[in-house]
Design a protein around this ligand. Sequence first.
Ligand code: DCP
Ligand code: MG
Length: 363
Amino acid sequence: MESGIAQGTSQRIIMHLDMDSFYASVEMQERPELRGKPVVNGADPNQGKGRGVVATCSYEARGFGIRSAMPISQAFVLCPHAVFLSPDFPRYLKASADIMAILKAHGFPLQQVSIDEAFLDVSRLGTFPAATDLAVRIKETILAHLGLTCSVGLAPTKVVAKIASDVHKPDGLTVVEPENLFSFLAPMPVRKIPGIGKKAEADLFEMDIRTIRDLAAFDIQVLIARFGRSAIALQDLAGGIDKNEVKERDGVKSVSREMTFTDDTGDEYLIAATIDALAEEVCRNLSDESLHYRTITVKVRYQGFVTMTKARTLPHYTGDSETVRTCAHALLRDIFDGRKIRLLGIRLSSFDTCDARQMTLGV
Ligand code: DCP
Ligand code: MG
């Protein structure tokens, strides 16, 4: 499926768009008195004793060192006079839907990857200047209709477009034409490559690999010996090679994992351990997509095939195995009646899964 590619050329032009401090910006748009202030969106700080984390914060709050996923108590210490707001998801979902509708209206293949970001394959436009014009128009339309800014990256690959959208936040537009691809990537820290987390970064540092240039030039055999075959894909990314296409997903918005016991069981210890393992499994590899999931469903099939499910919708999106585990245990407690169990399952889904195609990772 290469519908986005301009005829007669294999040059791809991928756009990645990511809203700036999304939840906080929606709040600031609706409450102009908040503009210019440090705004923190997340759990209640409760005068510094609050539990939970920061969902996001305005760029003013970032100036105090506050970041997404930081404990809210720490955010309170860094900036006690910030405006602390609890998330209002229906509003953010509405804004997200409006933004995606603006993007879709241009008729290019679109892949929404989280509540506030999407890829568009605009190769059909043929040139980077034409794609840049479109990016400017899209930014203007979103600002005019929603009063929100976003940052856009244009590049020949998805990974580079995503890295590019992040370099001039907020309100950025960064274009990486093919001839600049490597000079753009080379000086960046390896951590910029999706898939390189803290652990891999530390391992690479030990080998004296710090920049993407270092990774691209490193002996692949040594990398494979250390990281396995996945080193090949990593080194490709470092060299700007990434064949991933923009995938239109028609509403795959749930992910599940199930396990059937070899022998039906009533052993509470085994049942609890299985829930732990399922929570871990279902969250594995979710990365950005976790921002689609808010509803956790536990499924229990008893001996004799009677199946029960119970769901809970959280006030926030999650892909965090600890959150899923805790919630799944609570749901199981509600439906477990002591009968022997044949199968257990956990499903994560979004608010609008009624028409969702399910994606089961395995049995
Ligand atoms: N989010 C969250 N918890 C996180 C990260 C994000 O609840 N750990 C939510 C709040 C964000 C939204 O998802 O507003 C989008 O996430 P981004 O990573 O795109 O962050 P922002 O849009 O807030 O800021 P940026 O300008 O850096 O993109
Ligand atoms: Mg964002």
